[in-house]
Design a protein around this ligand. Structure first.
Ligand code: BG6
Length: 476
């Protein structure tokens, strides 16, 4: 059985649904200069906001103005929690101010109060791909050590203001996304840096990640000082990687590929770099800037739980990419599709057992409580004549994942805090900027080009999830 206080709910992020991108003193964020893309068409990063370009995050789904009605719908489903982020630019428009923007703080008071009034506990990510554009453009993003100070100032303000309303926090969303440094969108959204433009992109990515590790540790320490009941988690995309075969090279390669997750969690959970990081650091063109004070900070601020997103698993085949060196060295070219799995329209392979694998692996490695803070499926959907969507595919996807999650808890002994379904209301896709990649229990009448009434409609999965929550996961 899942624990009686299991946190069922949904997950969203500020920049993907709030809209109101310049309202009440908000500054521009890195997400505000991302154009619309599509499957196979990468989003572009423009230099400032350029007239005539389409920026889906500017309007989001207008949650800034509709949150009361949306939260009421989440409450109707029985949500125990809602994970969202605090847009850094609502609080510090450029990131370098010393005095926070009261109008921004007041908005999150209203939002959190509304949730709490409905019995929904806010779960908060401090930085979900929406750092101030000024810090990226003028300071060089997370390649600049000064970001640690700017971020901790922002975090302290939020922790002091909301600690009585929010228990579960995370510093950085999917901090390990940037390991994919060949695609600039990931470096840009994680760190405000285009790694491909750097002399040694890998080194740059590891440097930015290092400053974030230090910032996350300092913030964790501050959080515990402000309020010992706060739980601070890390948040990674659980990259589950299988070997294509039992060929030893495939197995070694899969092990190496899992570092794209473990390199990040190992530091934040254990408070120190793992042994294998030494080899990774030695291969860089120049040593990383890591001071003794940094190492001490890492040790003093380890996280309370492992938060992660899970969407799919991946497979590596050593023969897919021939490397002339003798050593096994993983690269994206080794990724192949899994012959046993189906995929959604964006080629994300559907693998419920991979969720159990991730839960078991984190448990065996760290023994900490875990929180599944994102899981879901993007589907192209339209309203039918009954003004609803018969989203059986979503019901089946989520039901199968929840079954595996329960096996991890009931059979494998994993300590699990909660489960929040990504995009519980349709919102702007992160990777493509599309609206048509829909994840929600609630359909939002909005199209990729920004047209649509914005009206909300319950999908079939709305009632289904209500039953799942009411039965604490028994009625699937
Ligand atoms: C995660 C992010 O990467 O996956 C979310 O934390 C994102 O911000 C989600 O939206 C799903 O990705 P996408 O590209 O389908 O929106």
């Amino acid at each position: 059985m899942l624990r009686s206080d299991f946190l069922w709910g949904g997950a969203v992020s500020a920049h993907q649904l709030e809209g109101a991108y310049l309202e009440d003193g908000k500054g521009l964020s890195v997400a505000d200069v991302l154009t619309a893309g599509a499957h196979g068409v990468s989003r572009r990063i423009t230099s400032g906001v350029v007239e005539g370009e389409c920026y889906p995050n500017h309007g989001g789904i207008d949650f800034y103005h509709t949150f009361e009605q949306d939260i009421a719908l989440f409450a109707e489903m029985g949500f125990k929690c809602l994970r969202t982020s605090i847009a850094w630019t609502r609080i510090f428009p450029t990131g370098i101010e010393h005095k926070p923007n009261e109008a921004g703080l007041a908005f999150y008071d209203r939002l959190f109060d509304c949730m709490i009034a409905h019995g929904i506990q806010p779960v908060v990510t401090l930085s979900h791909f929406e750092m101030p554009l000024y810090l990226a453009d003028e300071c060089g993003g997370w390649l600049n050590r000064v970001l640690i100070d700017h971020f901790t100032r922002f975090a302290r303000v939020c922790l002091e203001r909301y600690h009585e309303k929010v228990t579960y926090w995370m510093a950085f969303n999917e901090i390990n996304n940037q390991h994919n440094f060949s695609n600039d969108v990931y470096g840009w959204t994680n760190s405000g840096v285009k790694f491909s433009k750097e002399k040694d992109p890998r080194r740059a990515m590891l440097q930015a990640a290092h400053y974030q590790f230090v910032a996350s540790a300092i913030v964790t320490r501050i959080a515990h000082e402000i309020d010992p009941k706060i739980k601070m988690g890390c948040m990674v995309a659980a990259d589950v990687v299988y070997p294509l075969s039992c060929h030893p090279e495939d197995v070694l390669l899969a092990n190496d590929a899992m570092h794209s997750t473990y390199y990040f969690t190992d530091v934040m959970v254990r408070g120190a770099y793992p042994n294998y990081a030494k080899r990774i650091h030695e291969e860089l063109s120049e040593p990383l800037d890591i001071t003794n004070d940094d190492l001490a900070a890492l040790t003093s601020g380890t996280v309370d739980y492992v938060g992660f997103s899970y969407y799919m698993s991946n497979v590596v085949d050593h023969s897919a990419h021939v490397d002339v060196s003798d050593s096994v060295s993983y690269s994206d070219e080794h990724m192949v599709s899994n012959p046993y799995l189906e995929a959604n329209e964006w080629d994300w392979q559907i693998d419920p057992r991979g969720l159990r694998y991730a839960l078991k692996a984190f448990d065996e490695r760290y023994g900490l409580p875990q929180f599944i803070v994102e899981n879901g499926i993007g589907i192209i959907e339209t309203l039918d004549e009954n003004q609803t969507v018969e989203d059986d595919e979503r019901i089946s996807f989520l039901g199968e994942h929840i079954k595996q999650m329960k096996l991890a808890v009931e059979e494998d002994g994993v300590d699990l805090i909660g489960y929040t379904v990504w995009g519980c209301i349709d919102l702007v896709s992160f990777t493509t900027g599309e609206m048509r990649k829909r994840y929600g229990f609630i359909y939002v009448d909005k199209n990729d080009d920004g047209t649509g009434s914005g009206q909300r409609f319950k999908k079939k999965s709305f009632d289904w999830y209500q039953r799942v929550i009411a039965s604490n996961g028994e009625d699937l």
